[in-house]
Design a protein around this ligand. Structure first.
Ligand code: LLP
Length: 431
């Protein structure tokens, strides 16, 4: 986010306190426009996978940019409806499904993507004759690691590619019409992996071809990478869009009619729009002992509760420190940057296997501002209140540089609200 220089970040931290999520509106708009421009295949609509960052202000930007929505829960559907999306612009792909959720989706006209044979049976029982799509696991996936790979025998997601005939038979027995084939094969790979993405999706297109006359759309999912490491080249979105458009043109020509294309990226649209601001609360060190080395730690007032990606996936997020006083600092050393939680794994600088990986920084002091980059996707969205820590506020910087709060800080009352509604401690002590 180059538009937010050190002075601006210092000001934001001073005005809104830390920890703080900051999002840059122009970056989101630029990414939406770049993606739209890259796909030249005419019948294309981009759905924003809103699980990546679900705030209303962000959904409003997506809507203005002409994005539709991919939702993974009924509450995501409600949040999209509240942001003004029409039901038919939302698409529900949930591994979880209940009769009441499906009833609600059918009644409100939100398209349903069935991710298992049992979901097809559920939908068939509730709404025989309904049109729907199925999520296919094409037998191969890609992703940053096993935990974000959603294709292949090791993935729970979708209907396995060799069960498609069974899916068709179940749909047929309820009169369900399969009008779309969906696949999402993984998330967060290396920027050059888009060729793998395209290659695997050829299998999905081959499966879709088998649905002949009923087929209205294919949805090839999300999973477009962004560069997280300094110096990493971004994905060649133009080459990707060209190759994708070509395969869709061939596919439509084979079927003798245009078939609508959906893609549903989350990370690509928002990851680079966000930074997480925090400050150093203490500096400490351990000594080499018993054959183990010692470390220098910078402890910041945030943790895996506000960005769980390093602890959960061994993900890399670039971190820099802005001196509080704005003065130049001298040579420093290698630090482990760790969070403030009572949890040993609450460390931001690890390698892919979760081992401590100190990084070089200039001299650090208590009070210095930490700027963690690329936290727009799956940081705010996966936050939690562990250790009863308050959730950070979120600020959106508009294209003119004006900042506004789009979500206030959490409070103790937020943390306790649901238990206080059912449990009155005063009464418990009296009885
Ligand atoms: N479509 C479906 C059905 C998905 O499950 C996902 C992500 C997406 C689209 C969007 O994928 P994206 O374009 O953002 O890569 N929490 C993770 C990765 C798991 C994402 C789950 N599904 C992370 O922090 O990297």
């Amino acid at each position: 986010m180059p538009r937010l220089d050190d002075d601006r970040l210092r000001q934001l931290a001073a005005s809104y306190h830390t920890p703080l999520y900051v999002f840059d509106e122009q970056t989101i708009r630029d990414k939406c426009r770049a993606l739209k421009a890259a796909i030249t295949y005419k019948d294309t609509t981009i759905r924003y996978a809103c699980k990546a960052l679900t705030l209303q202000a962000i959904l409003a930007i997506m809507r203005e940019e002409g994005m539709w929505i991919d939702a993974s829960s009924v509450n995501e559907v409600h949040r999209a409806l509240r942001a003004g999306f029409a039901p038919e612009e939302i698409y529900y792909t949930g591994e979880g499904s209940t009769p009441s959720v499906y009833r609600f989706l059918v009644d409100s006209g939100v398209p349903i993507n069935c991710t298992s044979l049992d979901q097809l049976r559920l939908l068939g029982a509730i709404a025989p004759g309904q049109a729907c799509s199925i999520r296919v696991n094409p037998g191969r996936g890609h992703g940053e690691n096993d935990r974000t790979n959603t294709g292949g025998p090791g993935s729970k997601h979708g209907i396995y590619h060799d069960r498609i005939e069974e899916a068709r038979a179940i749909a047929g027995s309820f009169g369900l019409r399969i009008v779309g084939i969906h696949s999402h094969i993984g998330s967060g790979s290396r920027p050059e992996d888009w060729r793998v993405w395209n290659a695997i999706n050829q299998t999905v297109l081959a499966i879709a071809r088998g649905f002949g006359p009923d087929l209205e759309f294919v949805n090839l999912g999300g999973g477009l990478p962004v560069p997280y490491r300094p110096g990493e080249a971004p994905m060649d979105i133009v080459a990707w869009g060209r190759a994708l458009s070509r395969s869709m043109a061939d596919f439509s020509a084979d079927l003798g009619r245009p078939v609508r294309l959906f893609v549903e990226p989350g990370r690509f649209l928002v990851a680079e729009s966000g930074v997480l601001l925090a400050e150093i609360q203490s500096l400490k060190s351990t000594s080499a002992e018993g054959g183990a080395r010692g470390y220098d730690y910078a402890i910041v007032n945030t943790g895996l509760n506000h960005n769980i990606r390093p602890a959960m996936y061994g993900s890399y997020h670039d971190i820099r420190f802005v001196p509080r006083d704005g003065a130049q600092r001298g040579a420093g050393k290698d630090y482990v940057v760790a969070g403030y939680l009572c949890e040993s794994g609450d460390v931001f600088t690890t390698d892919e296997c979760g081992r401590l990986a100190p990084r070089p920084f200039p001299e650090l002091r208590v009070g210095d501002l930490m700027v963690m980059a690329n936290t727009g996707a799956y940081s705010h969205a996966m936050k939690n209140e562990y250790n009863s820590m308050n959730l950070p506020a979120s600020v959106l910087v508009d294209p003119s540089g004006q900042a506004r709060i789009i979500e206030r800080r959490g409070t103790l009352d937020d943390i306790m609200r649901r238990e206080l509604e059912v449990y009155n401690p005063a009464r418990a002590i009296a009885t």
